[in-house]
Design a protein around this ligand. Structure first.
Ligand code: ATP
Ligand code: SF4
Ligand code: MG
Length: 371
């Protein structure tokens, strides 16, 4: 079977990594694990809100507020949630494109938040980013071949004109581009080809981790499938770890081994993708899944309709941040924040109704608004 035909959950263990849990003891258990490529601990990013002539700080955007997870070699963690919940901010914090307000980002066991300047160079090559719009991240004045060789040159790995040319040619072939594409400029490529070029550049330094932020959202559906299958093939070949950020639950279901669901700066549910898509435990996850159209007209999903807009991350609701939209909210939810806890092996959820010892509930049976 070709790698792209395999279900991702057939290729990697789906149990929860110890680093996804909040207790320090569980997190510590991943230290020294050679299979752990990325470990994020209690990561926070607050952006100041400035007003007035003097630009004084009048508040904070709680964009990412205490997020922990791990990703192992050969594993894809999908990151989903509504617009503005903090997905891109997490990607940028992992890449060290933003300084965290608090928390730890470990690449291959080293806390890179404590490293700066030239000391970061060996870690920067281990993590690469693939963007939604490759065009804006590709230098329009450089040929495609030069774009792919640039990271090799930066790290002194270009091997001179012939060696560098050969390396670039091999990368082009690997992502499905032709040799003659090397002389072309970014504006001469189609959207799908540009994304392949972005992937070739990301692969040049043989990284351990790729952060892909909505990498196929701007592409036609048919091209999306090709690029996703390419990423999955490359992952198997190079045992790459992926942090895959997307709005599109169908794409996330296809590519991910595990999925983290975010709401207003926090992870509210994290488990293997099969469990998440068949037996979600958080009301917000259930609502997200209910919003996905079901292709078979014979099958209808009971729909949990979310009322109201996403609250502002400048002034997030007290207690459980989801309580203003949750049909199951009780008084306790308004003032007590539910921690993310492992309620079943490999399945973490942040909801008072799901804590150990709580009576079992079937969410859609209690949905107040159904269609
Ligand atoms: N540089 C910044 N300064 C101030 N606020 C910011 C900054 N970058 C992001 N934010 C805010 O942080 C929150 C999270 O933004 P982020 O871009 O991470 O969301 P997202 O989940 O990626 O959304 P989308 O799905 O629309 O891409 C948003 O409220 C956003 O407005
Ligand atoms: S803690 Fe309360 S408000 Fe939050 S998701 Fe659970 S039931 Fe809903
Ligand atoms: Mg984003």
């Amino acid at each position: 079977m070709a790698p792209s035909d395999m279900a991702p959950s057939d290729m990697a263990p789906s149990d929860m990594a110890p680093g996804d849990m909040t207790p320090a003891t569980a997190r510590a258990a991943t230290n020294g694990d050679a299979e752990t490529v990325l470990e994020v601990q209690d990561l926070k990013k607050f952006f100041p809100v400035k007003r007035g002539l003097l630009s004084s700080t009048v508040g904070q955007v709680y964009a990412v507020d205490g997020v922990s997870f791990t990703i192992r070699r050969g594993e894809t963690l999908g990151l989903v949630g509504e617009s503005g919940c903090g997905k891109t901010t997490i990607g940028k914090l992992v890449m060290r494109l933003l300084e965290p307000t608090a928390g730890v980002v470990k690449i291959l066991g080293t806390d890179i938040t404590a490293v700066s300047g030239r000391g970061l160079r060996p870690y920067r090559r281990e993590m690469q980013m693939v963007f939604q719009d490759p065009y804006s991240s590709l230098n329009p004045r450089m040929s495609a071949g030069a774009i792919v060789r640039e990271p090799l040159k930066n790290y002194g790995l270009d091997g001179g004109s012939i060696g560098g040319e050969k390396q670039a040619e091999a990368l082009f072939a690997r992502v499905g581009l032709k040799r003659e594409h090397m002389a072309k400029y970014p504006h001469e490529f189609s959207g799908g080809q540009r994304q392949r070029l972005g992937i070739a550049r990301a692969l040049a330094l043989n990284p351990s981790l790729i952060v892909a932020d909505e990498p196929v959202s701007a592409l036609d559906v048919s091209v999306q499938a090709q690029v996703i299958n390419l990423l999955m093939d490359l992952q198997v070949e190079y045992r790459l770890a992926f942090l895959f950020i997307s709005h599109d639950l169908a794409v996330v279901e296809h590519i991910s081994h595990r999925v983290a669901v975010m709401y207003l700066g926090k992870i509210v549910e994290l488990t293997d993708k099969r469990t998440l898509f068949t037996t979600p435990l958080h009301p917000y996850t259930e609502a997200l899944l209910a919003a996905v159209p079901v292709p078979d007209p014979e099958i209808s999903r009971q729909r949990l309709i979310l009322e109201g807009d996403v609250p502002s991350p400048i002034n997030p609701p007290s207690g459980c941040r989801f309580h203003t939209r949750c049909p199951y909210a009780v008084e306790r939810c308004r003032h007590e924040e539910p921690p993310l806890i492992e309620v079943q092996p490999g399945h973490a959820v942040a909801c008072h109704l799901r804590e150990v010892g709580a009576p079992p509930i079937k969410l859609e049976k209690r949905a107040s608004a159904t269609a």
